[in-house]
Structures are given as C-alpha cells and as structure tokens.
Design a protein. Sequence first.
Length: 200
Amino acid sequence: MAPWKLPVIVAAIAVPIVVGFWLGGGGVGVAVGALAVVVIVVVAVRQKPLGPIGAPPQSDAPHRVLLVVTEAVEAPAAVQRIAAAAKLGEGDADGDEVLVLAPARIGFLDRWASDVEGSRQDAQKNLVVTVAALAKAGIAAEARVGDEDIVQATEDQLQSFVADEVVLVSGRPDEEDEKAAGELSSRLRAKFHHLPLDGG
C-alpha cells in the first residue's frame, strides 16, 4: 500500500464520526461509527488475496495442461490452436495429462433464485463437446465443472491438479474473460495462454 493511503483511509473513517458527534450528538456519532464499521467489514470480506496461484511445476512431472473453457470447443481448427499453444501431442503424446475445466456461468437472476442447476448443466454440455472434439484429435482429457468465477475455478483446480500450462479458451469477446486472463497472466506460476477463438 502506498504510504499516503493509510492517512486518507483513517481520515475517511474518523472525520464522519467526529462530524456526527459534533452535529448530532452521541446517538448520531455512534450510528455513523457503526455504519463505518459495517462498510469496513463489507470491503474486507470482498477483498481477494492476490498471491501467486498454483504450485511451481515439477521438472520431472508429466506434461500437465489445465484447459479452461468458457464455451464449448468443437471446431477442428480451434482444437489445433489449443494443441499448438499447449504443445499437446509433441514428443511423448501419451505423457500429456489434460484436464478440461468449465466454469458454471451463473446468470444474475439465477444467482438470486439460488438456481445453479441450469448453469451447471450448460457447463457439463460444454465439457462433453470439448472433450469429444479433443478425443477426435487424439487428445485424451478428463473434465470438471468449476466455480462461476474463472480465476477462482482455476485456483481451486490447481490445488489438486498441478499443471505446468494453463490455457483459457474464450468463445466470443467478453470483458469478464479479458479481466480473468489479465489476472491469471500476472498470478499463475504455470505458463499461461489466452486463446480468444471468436466462435471459430
């Protein structure tokens, strides 16, 4: 944190409380103080730790690739781009371990209604299509449905599947995918590739 930020934060907390006591007396001052505490707690809870993601890849381990797909990958040209980016099928192809991860993209209304089943089914369909397309190209892969947040889903999966390469495959241009790609690029210990396929 920059040195000037701490005094500004303290002032932003203290000044409204002091003004509340001064203008409205004890009741208003206490109410403003309680509101400040609630705001601090909400902001603290929403903060994400921004440390490195994943363990350092092992040099003697097999070539492991985590393929994160936000949409189904079906076109042979798209599969070839993925294989080229992750160097799949080069050298000992049987030594490649591929895990396809599809975040369950939950819509706003579904989230409020706690209806996540449809989103999980959509993610599973994306996985089935993608794994089948990879199999046609001679690439065996396992599949998992993950958290709706791309970065969180990737971080969760890398705890049990230590990959030396992570490939994020986006279908159409998407601001959320771009933001996730930027964060993954800066935080991943593994090599990272972002492949926007633009539906192709």
